[in-house]
Design a protein around this ligand. Structure first.
Ligand SMILES: Cc1cc2nc3c(=O)[nH]c(=O)nc-3n(C[C@H](O)[C@H](O)[C@H](O)COP(=O)(O)O)c2cc1C
Length: 176
């Protein structure tokens, strides 16, 4: 097997959602590479309808955790990434039925997550949050959406892998 292809699969298989963090800060060059991975994500019409807010302030991190169903483990990480999307500036006819921004932002955030894994950093996709509260806390404009948050920091746990459906369950050949 091609060595490069194998290493991406291994990285993907070794990623876990991390819910315990060390408080150690992230070196600037590491952070830049993690953000670069998001920057190079594909997007509908290459519109790149995203912005990533990096929250380092302790009090703000605690407020964001509070706005995320009290998931206070988030605030322990040195950074919380808030992934925002632009509904008014994205590909609007994906599949002829939907706007592309949630997909675009999700791809970019997953790129970020995988580069974080490569750098020995942990993340946890946070979908349980009150968008209204997060927007108010960070001064996010009316026409901008929040798709997800993730803490970003060095893991303080090694969770075992969670079950995945089998390939047979999730794939079909030549028809549904
Ligand atoms: C859309 C989405 C929302 C999620 N929301 C949360 C969340 O609010 N809190 C949390 O701890 N994990 C959350 N997760 C993480 C999932 O629980 C986790 O990815 C899944 O259980 C598989 O575990 P793994 O990531 O360690 O492989 C979310 C994941 C996704 C993709």
């Amino acid at each position: 097997m091609n060595g490069g292809a194998m290493s991406v699969l291994k990285l993907i298989q070794e990623r876990r959602s991390i819910r315990r963090y060390k408080e150690d800060s992230i070196p600037e060059d590491v952070l830049v590479r993690v953000l670069e991975a998001a920057r190079w994500a594909p997007s509908g019409k290459n519109l790149q309808p995203w912005k990533f807010i990096l929250v380092r302030d302790k009090v703000m991190k605690e407020r964001l955790a509070m706005a995320s169903a009290g998931q206070f483990f988030m605030a322990k990480a040195p950074i919380i990434v808030v992934a925002c999307g632009f509904p008014e500036d994205c590909y609007s006819r994906m599949g002829r039925y939907m706007k592309s921004w949630p997909v675009d932002v999700a791809i970019a955030l997953e790129h970020l997550i995988l580069q974080a894994q490569e750098e020995g950093l942990g993340t946890c996709w946070i979908g349980s949050f009150e968008e209204k509260e997060v927007k108010a806390l960070l001064g996010i404009p009316e026409n901008v959406k929040v798709l997800a948050l993730t803490p970003l920091g060095y893991p303080n746990e090694k969770p075992s892998s969670r079950r995945r459906k089998s390939l047979e369950e999730i794939t079909a050949y030549d028809g549904y």
